[in-house]
Design a protein around this ligand. Structure first.
Ligand code: NAI
Ligand code: MG
Length: 342
């Protein structure tokens, strides 16, 4: 029996996750769910607890996690989001953030050049090191001398394993994106790990771009990319940019993976969107496609493909939410996807 731990979280996370689950249920895979309903900002404000040790044990006991979004304007401390998402990423050592972007329909592309619209790439973002490792400190004193440091962590093992993952999923090529010209110490380490991994994957076309150039080229011609591998912060930014080229933030799916244990936490790229939470206009596609990624990794590639095709059909028929040019609510858009399932 496959058990999915579910953390819908906050805001629109609570609206889109039920659509993903209903879509999974329509496939008849017999999944069971362990719903951690109390992991949200409301409980955090009341109890001060983000994700407890026993919550973590429940996640560990499951086969995969489906997450909505974590974040609430009433919570000003970064401890809450870090306590949930980053705790899961670090404690389960989910070192890969896999963000696949495919253009879901031609009308959604912001690009003028029709020949270059067809983005179909995966951004592999390092997920446990880099600038988000939380190492650093603030030195106060007089205000002119106040200094804040966030240390970028790069380890040979951490960098090598995420580059290896990028090669393992590549169809044609992997592009390393970094800023080794300006960030020399980490840059040199990435370059050395890159050279070592390139030698291991001779059949895959390997290229390198600086992150500023890569951002420009992604917009100029996204069809030129197959897999991009980047550090935590660069990957974070580039994947939101790529998401917009594929149909918008509401459509982007991701997996946080430990490629060695096979465990994954699947979540839409977007956040809790407090500006639209409760209006019924949240796009469920990012959550539904994250669920598709999850079942693909759990050994159901045909069903994953069926979900992706149903999403594409519903969008082509404009049976979708306003951000994709439709007029449906979250619930109706979810139902339209299920109706389009073969
Ligand atoms: P956001 O992704 O929540 O929203 C950005 C913009 O995109 C908003 O205008 C929102 O309405 C729109 N949007 C996002 N998802 C949408 C969807 N499914 N359908 C239609 N429109 C959508 O990012 P923002 O506003 O920067 O962050 C809001 C909260 O979410 C913050 O507390 C932030 O920390 C948290 N967050 C959590 C993430 C996670 O749980 N992985 C990721 C990003 C942000
Ligand atoms: Mg982000």
């Amino acid at each position: 029996m496959t058990v999915i731990s579910v953390i819908a979280g906050d805001g629109i996370g609570r609206e889109v996750v039920p659509e993903a689950i209903e879509t999974l249920d329509a496939l008849g895979l017999g999944l069971r769910y362990d719903v951690l309903d109390h992991v949200n900002a409301q409980s955090y404000l009341r109890t001060g607890a983000a994700l407890s040790d026993s919550d973590l044990d429940r996640v560990r006991a499951s086969d995969a996690t489906l997450l909505g979004a974590v974040g609430d304007p009433r919570v000003t401390s970064p401890d809450y989001a870090r306590g949930v998402l980053l705790r899961l990423r670090f404690e389960l050592d989910l070192y890969v953030n896999h963000r696949a972007v495919t253009l879901l329909h031609d009308r959604l592309s912001p690009l003028r050049d029709e020949k270059r619209r067809g983005i179909d790439c995966v951004i592999v973002r390092e997920n446990t090191e880099g600038l988000y490792a939380g190492i650093g400190g603030a030195l106060r004193g007089s205000s002119e001398l106040e200094t804040a440091l966030d240390v970028e962590v790069n380890t040979h093992a951490g960098v090598s394993r995420v580059i290896a993952y990028a090669f393992s999923i590549a169809r044609t090529g992997v592009c390393l994106v970094d800023k080794s010209n300006a960030v020399p110490h980490g840059g040199r380490l990435w370059q050395r790990c890159w050279a070592e991994q390139c030698a291991q994957w001779p059949g895959i076309h390997a290229t390198h771009q600086y992150v500023d150039t890569a951002a420009m080229r992604l917009v100029a011609d996204p069809t030129a990319f197959d897999v991009i591998v980047a550090n935590n912060s660069h990957g974070d930014i580039l994947s939101d940019l790529a998401a917009q080229l594929g149909g918008g933030l509401g459509t982007a799916a991701s997996a946080n993976l430990n490629a060695r244990t096979g465990f994954g936490l699947y979540e839409p790229v977007h956040g809790s969107a407090p500006d639209i939470a409760g209006t019924g206009s949240a796009n469920p596609v990012g959550a539904v496609l994250s669920a598709a990624l999850m079942i693909e990794h759990l050994g159901h590639p045909q069903e994953a493909l069926a979900v992706r095709s149903a999403v594409a059909r519903s969008i082509a028929d404009r049976r979708c939410t306003p951000d994709l040019g439709g007029t449906l609510t979250t619930r109706q858009a979810g139902a339209a996807i299920r109706a389009a399932l073969d």
